[in-house]
Ligand binder design. Structure first.
Ligand SMILES: Cc1cc2nc3c(=O)[nH]c(=O)nc-3n(C[C@H](O)[C@H](O)[C@H](O)COP(=O)(O)OP(=O)(O)OC[C@H]3O[C@@H](n4cnc5c(N)ncnc54)[C@H](O)[C@@H]3O)c2cc1C
Length: 443
């Protein structure tokens, strides 16, 4: 039934009035449609030239379409061959890879400018987000592989508040940029010298063979601009710390000196005689600590010390060569042992509170498990405790600092978790010792 109904309905003549295809109105509409396709920007068929509306050459009356042929036909070469009507399909707005890269670069620059404008650290000499310029004033040779770089913040007169704050907090580092490779490495500033301005930073840097940033820092000449970022707090020294055993390997002495600076300048100890610090400093070569060794070696073991002196003379000879003379401060006997002298003067200044023991691989003297046990025991005894006693109200901390292998050997590896460095479990030599009351921190 239903299909019958539809058959009937469809066979009936349509009630919609049929258009006369030659009528004036229909011809007008055709022309208008053609003209609007030609003139609509973004929908034009033939690029910018075809986006221009074509002049209508017929009579000015809007309804006068008596001469549809007046609309000039599109040139054959502009016709879209795929389109049956001969018109190109509408052009869509597209972002190609070139534009995408350009927009990304512009966006990045805009973001950087915005963050720089709104940066709260802008007027400070060190900035944790941006690299700021320092110039290399001079370099003091410490050994054949290491030197102290004396840097000065430029321009002068900037706010030094965050550096002063960092010295009060504890152990901190800065990052130094190698400009050609755009890579950065961390370095631990040495404490400021007596009466030195806070705009000056000193870095103790060992040149690693084939090391990118350390080699760059050992090659640059006086007056070179070096870019630094920071400060990065590595360890906040507890307010109530009483005793510290610092196990340092090579350049790991720099954080030990930082700690001593903060401890004796800013921390108040619960013990009446103040905080106590013992540094165990291990070096591969004797030349790194020859002067300190002299101070602790008995007379009969002076032969290795002479070896150290020989390397010092070699250094002096090397420093007099043209290449080195250009880059470093005039070598003197004092500057040769700059770092060991600092360690020794620290010992002298805080006699009875600071002790330093030197160890040298070349002399087969190592920080062994027994050495650690001995020092932990001796520190407890001298503070009036035995191993069985409860710890005093103050904190006791063991800090390990040095190359990765050194830290792993004494306390086990640190590891990364969620992009952050974690301390990891206590392993290595210290992991075998019963450290009642001592906290361990790997730097
Ligand atoms: C918090 C912190 C503080 C620090 N403080 C100090 C400091 O005060 N003083 C200091 O001297 N260091 C410090 N360091 C270490 C310092 O950051 C650098 O790791 C060190 O200077 C080496 O960096 P580099 O760019 O010279 O060497 P890299 O280029 O990173 O090379 C690292 C090692 O890989 C080896 N290597 C590189 N390329 C090759 C190759 N093609 N083949 C074989 N071996 C290769 C190098 O010999 C080198 O031993 C600190 C590190 C940290 C994390």
């Amino acid at each position: 039934m239903r299909s019958l109904y539809w058959t009937r309905k469809c066979s009936q003549p349509s009630r919609i009035p049929q258009l006369d295809h030659n009528s004036q109105a229909v011809r007008f509409l055709r022309v208008q449609r053609y003209a609007s396709r030609q003139s609509t920007p973004g929908f034009s068929a033939g690029g910018p030239s075809s986006a221009k509306p074509r002049p209508f050459k017929g009579k000015s009356s809007a309804f006068d379409t008596s001469k549809p042929s007046d609309v000039p036909p599109k040139p054959a070469e502009q016709r879209d061959t795929e389109s049956p009507s001969g018109l190109k399909p509408p052009r869509r707005f597209r972002i190609g890879p070139g534009k995408l890269i350009l927009f990304s670069i512009l966006g990045y620059i805009g973001y950087k400018v915005y963050t720089w404008q709104t940066d709260p650290y802008r007027s400070l000499i060190l900035n944790p987000r941006f690299f700021t310029p320092f110039i290399l004033e001079n370099r003091d040779i410490v050994s054949s592989t290491s030197a102290i770089l004396n840097l000065l913040s430029v321009p002068l007169g900037q706010n030094t508040g965050n550096v002063s704050e960092a010295w009060k907090m504890g152990i901190w580092s800065v990052q130094v940029m190698q400009p050609e490779l755009q890579i950065a490495r961390s370095y631990t500033p040495l404490p400021p010298l007596e009466n030195a301005e806070p705009e000056r930073l000193r870095l103790f840097v060992r040149q690693e063979p084939r090391g990118e940033v350390s080699t760059f820092l050992h090659k640059i000449s006086r007056g070179t601009v070096v870019h630094l970022r920071g400060p990065q707090l590595e360890y906040e020294i507890p307010q109530d710390v009483d005793e510290v055993l610092f196990v340092a390997g090579g350049t790991g002495i720099a954080p030990a000196l930082q700690l001593a600076h903060t401890l004796f300048k800013y921390r108040v100890s619960t013990l009446k005689d103040g905080p106590r610090l013992r540094i165990l400093w291990a070096n591969r070569r004797r030349e790194d600590s020859y002067k300190g060794l002299e101070s602790q070696q008995p007379r009969e073991t002076l032969i290795p010390t002479l070896r150290g002196l020989a390397s010092r003379w070699q250094l002096e000879a090397k420093a007099q060569s043209k290449e080195v003379r250009e880059n470093v401060s005039a070598p003197t006997t004092q500057s040769q042992s700059a770092l060991v002298e600092e360690v020794e003067s620290l010992k002298a200044k805080h006699a009875g509170k600071v002790n330093v023991d030197y160890f040298v691989d070349e002399d087969n003297s190592y920080i062994t498990e027994n050495v650690l046990r001995k020092h932990l025991g001796s520190m407890e005894q001298s503070s009036g405790q035995t191993a069985e006693d409860q710890p005093t109200s103050g904190k006791k901390v063991i800090l390990i600092s040095g190359p990765e292998g050194f830290i792993n050997f004494y306390a086990g590896p640190k590891f990364m978790k969620g992009g952050k460095e974690e301390q990891g479990p206590l392993r290595g030599i210290l992991g075998k010792i019963d450290l009642r009351g001592w906290d361990v921190w790997k730097l």
